[in-house]
Ligand binder design. Structure first.
Ligand code: PHE
Length: 492
């Protein structure tokens, strides 16, 4: 068995049970080094360790004073021969000292009070007084050195305020095992673990015995801090879009119905706006809505009759109150809408993406949560078309490690054409649906952008892909912070 030089040194001096302090002294090592070496020796089965907790007792200022002058009750015992009226005692010793002293004389059964007179019963010196003297002489006492009598006295002193100070101390006792004794008795040349320049110059390295690595040693597992796998995955997604030439945009979690629905040409009586799906915020119906004044009429007219587009619109009425409602955004497409209003013709072509939380009032099960992430993106460019959209999505998923992607026809009020991308999970042998995409309708683009231009758009669910990526079958597990599971995740 390979031993560290400190371990070898300790085994040499450890013939019977000793404390870590004694060992440190004998082996000429620091207490720290001894503690470390001892725990290694214990894992190697060469010593057994026992921890002992003791108290270190010292006197505080008041304790020192009493040790010199005597406790208040002693002062009374010195002053009073056999009997004395209480007022006389008080006059001599002061009210405070007298009260303390009388209390303790009663407790210790050394005196009784009869009709305003103190009668002494017993003047003998008690354990607490002796311990006080001992403490004054020794400065510091370890509670393990006390007799049971002295321990009782210590108990009494502890109940008195500000006399003594008690500090908990830990001491380690090491006992060599039979094997440890055997190895300790053997003659060994000390091994070294490191070559020094001096050894190389002097040639000593040639005689040195180099310690081998012991790869069988048990080492405590480390639990380093790391990012949550979900936020790591989001970073990965960011990196993929950045590598494809996109820039990131952000938007608020609390949205107005205007940016979340109306600007997307989603009719005001659309079922998705229904309370079953959308979390409306009750108390903030009004308040400032960025860009509302500038875009309200354009959006309104588009809904009513198509506005500046060739569309006939939805007809009916359009309510400003409905548009002003505040809600938790139901998709990140709202972020895209806000962005479109900021875009100028000279900025084209534009490629942006966003990743963020969205909220829908869904019943919770293994694949639904009321809050989930979406990966949103658009390409605004005169020269792009539908096959480009499919190509971009295909490339994104391929970069995320999903090679089989397919598209199903779909419907959204704000896109035409519309598709739902799906990826194939090899392990489960099934296709999973991931969200929506399409080309924004002119009813969305023209009012917000100010001119017509193809806008490829998508909003993809992240959580199911994340669960798949991390080997989870239930997306709820992404958020329960199971420490055991988190510890097993990669550190990157
Ligand atoms: N917003 C849609 C959803 O949440 C996805 C989508 C985004 C569809 C962009 C088309 C275009 O399901």
């Amino acid at each position: 068995m390979e031993l560290h030089p400190h371990e070898a040194r300790i085994l040499k001096v450890l013939k019977q049970k000793q404390s870590n302090k004694q060992i440190a002294l004998k082996a000429g090592l620091s207490l720290d080094a001894v503690n470390r070496a001892l725990s290694w020796l214990a894992t190697k089965g060469l010593v057994s360790l026992r921890e002992e907790f003791t108290e270190e007792i010292t006197l505080r200022a008041e304790g020192k004073k009493y040790a010199l002058e005597g406790l208040p009750e002693r002062k009374i015992l010195v002053f009073v021969k056999k009997k004395a009226p209480l007022d006389v005692i008080q006059k001599k010793l002061g009210k405070k000292q007298t009260n303390i002293g009388l209390g303790w004389l009663k407790t210790k059964k050394q005196a009784v009070i009869e009709k305003g007179t103190l009668r002494i019963v017993n003047k003998e010196k008690r354990g607490d007084e002796m311990l006080l003297k001992l403490l004054a002489a020794k400065k510091k006492i370890d509670s393990s050195e006390l007799t049971s009598e002295q321990n009782k006295a210590l108990g009494l002193l502890k109940t008195r305020q500000s006399l003594i100070e008690v500090k908990e101390k830990k001491r380690m006792w090491a006992n060599p095992t039979e094997k440890g004794l055997r190895i300790g008795a053997k003659k060994t040349t000390e091994s070294i673990s490191q070559l020094t320049p001096e050894m190389l110059i002097s040639g000593d390295w040639d005689k040195a015995r180099l310690r081998e690595y012991d790869i069988d040693l048990y080492v405590k597992p480390r639990q380093p801090a790391k990012r949550h796998p979900l936020s790591r995955l989001i970073d990965e997604i960011r990196a993929v879009f950045l590598s494809m030439g996109f820039t990131e945009i952000k938007g608020p979690l609390i949205e107005s119905a205007f940016w979340n629905f109306d600007a997307l040409f989603q009719p005001q009586d659309h079922p998705a706006r229904d309370m079953h799906d959308t979390f409306y915020l009750e108390d903030i119906k009004d308040g400032v809505i960025e860009g509302f004044d500038k875009y309200r009429d354009k959006v309104k007219q588009t809904h009513l009759n198509g506005g500046s587009t060739e569309s006939t619109g939805w007809g009916g009425t359009w309510s400003e109150t409905e548009a002003r409602k505040k809600l938790l955004r139901t998709h990140t497409t709202a972020v895209t809408c806000r962005y479109l209003t900021k875009l100028k013709k000279k900025d084209l072509p534009a490629k942006v993406f966003s990743v963020g939380k969205t909220f829908r009032n869904e019943a919770i099960d293994y694949k639904h949560l009321p809050e989930f992430y979406q990966i949103e993106g658009i390409v605004v460019d005169e020269s792009v078309n539908f096959p480009n959209l499919l190509g971009i999505l295909r490339e994104f998923y391929q970069k995320m490690g999903f090679s089989k992607v397919r598209f199903r026809p779909a419907y959204f009020p704000y896109t035409e054409m519309s598709v739902e991308p799906e990826i194939y999970l090899e392990e489960k042998k099934e296709w999973v649906e991931l969200g929506g995409s399409g080309i924004f309708r002119p009813e969305v683009v023209k009012p917000l952008l100010g001119f017509d231009c193809p806008v490829l758009a998508w909003g993809l669910g992240l959580d199911r892909v994340a669960a798949q990526n991390l080997g989870l079958t239930d997306i709820r597990d992404l958020y329960i912070s199971d420490l055991g599971w988190l510890r097993k995740q990669k550190v990157i």
